[in-house]
Design a protein around this ligand. Structure first.
Ligand SMILES: CC(C)(COP(=O)(O)OP(=O)(O)OC[C@H]1O[C@@H](n2cnc3c(N)ncnc32)[C@H](O)[C@@H]1OP(=O)(O)O)[C@@H](O)C(=O)NCCC(=O)NCCS
Length: 442
């Protein structure tokens, strides 16, 4: 049970997320197998809530299961090669029927919740042609998306639903992969998030061993992969041609194309989208940009968030108190750690003359501790100090001296810090002084 204080914090967090994501685009690819599950009711309800909070939702309807079912019923044979269905001209009318059927199911579900949705032909496709000697016949690939028309639809408050069909310039229909289409769309629309909702078991290190350090939960789930780690994942496991490898590969493409986060989640469980967004470890696997992309200079608009972040730590005597106006005055010195448009950590580097600088105001959100955010912020500023050809950085801390020593700082004394800082050193606070020596530039 959460207590009243946690409850209030949770509501605040929801408001902050709603603000951060207002007007952002989320593209979601829904496998039809997932749409048939009871949990879809909750997923749709959450999507509608996000839509009403101002998030621009675009849905792509997968139809693999429905296509298999219809082809089977009408005895039309269609082979697959490397996940792709070789769509014969005989099969195309059935594939089209199944694709629209799957899209219709999603529309019916949204209509039931009072939301306007429309199925449309915003995608131009071309033939996949012959690859590795295999003729894919009427299987297609995305040629172009009418982003302008799609945006106009979204502007009207309508949720667009795209079936896994695209049309050539002459109007010939092609079967395209809904997962590829969603990836293409997310890049073309500059989406913040791309979700793949499939029937997928957690991607765990026991099944996908990695030879580089990654973030995994205690039960071995790979919770997130940055671009380099995702590339390594694909390189190591490509030969297995599993759904996990396909989705991580597509995630990599989307993130390389500018999408901020790609979430691979099991659509069979209730509340999966909200859990993935709101819990720090998520419930699936996320592919995201490289870590330094999450560290940036503090802007005026961040000051209230940074102030809020510091308050509990000030209350516990871990940080010196600063007002919002103090933060504004030192704005140039601060960097923040941002995830999904939310600030979860901050740190400053104050210069003293030509050789020294102070690491100060380091704070990490309680809910985001132990993810290496503190280490990344300090390492980032050490790099900044090194690039400025300083010879050392120092820090004053009451309770984190062990932590700083762990990341390479050594104990120092009051005499080691620059004279202006020595003058303001608060003997009552009696902070410990630690120093990091910067190796000279080669
Ligand atoms: C210290 C602090 C920055 C660490 O942030 P973080 O993002 O959790 O740090 P990392 O993830 O890089 O490192 C976490 C590790 O350090 C350890 N650690 C955290 N605080 C520690 C401390 N005060 N002393 C010793 N070790 C500590 C954790 O146990 C954890 O170990 P684990 O990964 O084996 O579980 C954060 O706890 C914080 O904001 N503290 C209060 C502010 C403060 O003291 N600032 C310094 C003065 S400027």
């Amino acid at each position: 049970m959460i207590n009243a204080h946690e409850h209030v914090e949770l509501i605040r967090e929801v408001f902050r997320y709603a603000q951060a994501f207002h007007d952002k685009t989320f593209v979601l690819q829904l496998d039809d197998a997932v749409v048939l599950r009871p949990a879809i009711v909750g997923v749709m309800r959450d999507l509608v809530m996000m839509h009403e909070a101002g998030i621009r939702i675009v849905l792509v309807a997968g139809a693999r299961t429905r296509i298999d079912e219809i082809l089977d019923r009408y005895n039309v044979e269609c082979r697959k090669y490397k996940h792709v269905r070789i769509s014969t001209p005989d099969a195309i009318p059935f594939i089209k029927m199944a694709a629209f059927d799957a899209a219709n199911r999603i529309m019916t579900s949204l209509s039931g919740q009072g939301v306007n949705a429309v199925i449309g032909n915003w995608v131009r496709a071309r033939s996949l042609g012959v690859v590795d000697g295999v003729d894919y016949q009427d299987a297609g690939t995305v040629d172009k998306v009418r982003v302008d028309l799609l945006r106009a639809t979204i502007e009207q408050g309508t949720i667009p639903i795209l079936p896994c069909i695209g049309w050539s310039r002459s109007g010939k229909p092609y079967n395209i992969s809904s997962r590829e289409l969603a990836t293409h769309l997310a890049v073309a629309l500059g989406a913040s998030k791309l979700f793949f909702l499939s029937e997928i078991d957690p991607i765990v290190t026991a099944d996908y061993p990695m030879d580089v350090e990654i973030d995994a939960t205690t039960d071995g789930r790979i919770s997130r992969l940055n671009v380099d780690q995702a590339q390594r994942f694909v390189d190591l496991h490509a030969a297995r041609e599993t759904l996990a490898v396909e989705l991580v590969g597509l995630g990599l493409r989307a993130v390389s194309g500018g999408v901020e986060r790609v979430h691979i989640v099991d659509g069979r469980s209730e509340g999966v989208i909200l859990q993935e967004i709101f819990s720090n470890l998520g419930v699936g696997t996320m592919v995201h940009g490289n870590e330094y992309q999450s560290i940036r200079r503090m802007r005026a608009g961040d000051v209230p968030d940074v102030y809020r972040l510091m308050q509990p730590l000030v209350g516990r005597g871990l940080l010196v108190s600063r007002s919002e106006s103090d933060l504004h005055d030192a704005i140039e010195d601060y960097v923040v750690f941002e995830t999904d448009g939310m600030v979860h950590g901050c740190c400053a580097l104050h210069r003293y003359g030509e050789t020294q600088a102070e690491i100060a105001g380091l704070a990490v959100d309680d809910n985001y501790e132990h993810f290496g955010i503190g280490r990344r912020l300090v390492s980032y500023l050490i790099d900044v100090a090194r690039a400025a050809r300083l010879s050392e950085v120092f820090v004053l801390t009451t309770q984190a001296s062990d932590w700083f020593e762990l990341i390479g700082f050594r104990p120092g004394a009051v005499d080691d810090i620059p004279e202006p800082k020595r003058r303001t050193y608060n003997r009552d606070r009696n902070s410990r002084i630690l120093i990091y020596d910067l190796s000279p530039q080669p």
